[in-house]
Design a protein around this ligand. Structure first.
Ligand code: BEZ
Ligand code: FE
Length: 293
């Protein structure tokens, strides 16, 4: 029997956690023990610091419910969500990059016809998003689904408004030439929830707690790898400091301001200023489709 010393404890713990039949779980647990011990050896916490960390994690768990996921928020602000996303969405260079889904997606959004308004009655500057969904060679993908969600012009998602239903979200499909036209309002930058333990921690730092203005998309078409991404408004003040590390350069897009009296992409003449946002999404073939080719 080898008894415990400060020096041998990490090796003993790794050896014990190697006793797992499932090879993947064994790999995960031995790496977890190795890195956790490395972290503790590096910072050498006092007992008070250790219990403060345990109590903070306890509060993270206690605030979670069906609508609030503080552990995901922790993963987001530490850059872990974007790392997991990047590892699992390595796509050919020409494909539109992915970014995190975030906590505000609501499934089964209302189906809206091409050109229809997903921001009916919402405050904000009218905005028209147009473009195409294509494959990597620019071939149009007809019938691709665009599931979109965003904040209104006051920075609020449906989930943050009591009683709202089908607000600032919608499902569109591309035309036979791969094109889409969506009417919405311009989103604005907003803060992540700061009233819980993540906010408590952020408030001890000089890190911005803001997300830059963006529109969320899930895009799917048979035979293609589904894409979860955002479009970010170029020039938004939080674009270089996104608290969840979500901004990838190819996803930054100009919101082009048009004066009142201009014609919108839907053909209507607008009696107030509005934005036009043009973006073509490029989807990679699904792995199964690539194997078959
Ligand atoms: C969002 O964009 O909706 C979001 C993503 C991560 C954390 C908080 C919000
Ligand atoms: Fe968002």
């Amino acid at each position: 029997m080898t008894y415990v010393t400060e020096e041998n404890l990490t090796d003993l713990a790794i050896e014990r956690w190697s006793n797992i039949p499932d090879p993947r779980l064994r790999q995960i647990m031995t790496a977890l023990v190795k890195h956790l011990h490395g972290f503790v050896r590096e910072i050498e916490p006092t007992p008070e610091e250790w219990i403060a960390a345990i109590m903070w994690l306890t509060r993270v768990g206690q605030i979670c419910d069906a609508k609030r996921q503080e552990f995901i928020l922790a993963s987001d602000v530490l850059g872990v969500s974007m790392l997991v996303d990047a590892i699992n969405n390595r796509a050919p260079g020409a494909a539109t990059p992915s970014t995190v889904e975030g906590p505000f997606h609501i499934p089964n959004s209302p189906e809206i016809a091409d050109g229809g308004n997903m921001a009916e009655g919402a405050p904000g500057i009218p905005t028209f998003c147009t473009g195409k969904v294509t494959d990597l060679d620019g071939k149009p993908i007809a019938g691709a689904m665009l599931d979109m969600w965003q904040t209104d012009g006051e920075g609020l998602y449906e989930a943050q408004i009591e009683g709202a239903e089908g607000y600032m979200r919608g499902i569109y499909h591309t035309n036979p030439d791969g094109s889409y036209t969506v009417r919405t309002v311009a989103p604005i930058g907003y803060t992540i929830p700061m009233d819980g333990p993540i906010g408590e921690l952020m408030n001890k730092t000089r890190i911005s707690h803001m997300r830059p203005a963006h529109i969320h998309f899930h895009i799917a078409a048979p035979g293609y790898k589904s894409l979860t991404t955002h479009l970010f408004q170029k020039g938004c003040e939080y674009i270089d400091t996104d608290v969840v590390f979500g901004v990838k350069e190819p996803l930054i897009v100009e919101f082009v301001k048009k004066p009142a009296g201009s014609k919108a992409p839907t053909g209507e003449v607008m009696n107030e200023p509005f934005y036009e946002v043009k973006y073509d999404f490029k989807l990679a073939k699904a792995a199964a489709a690539m194997k078959a080719a």
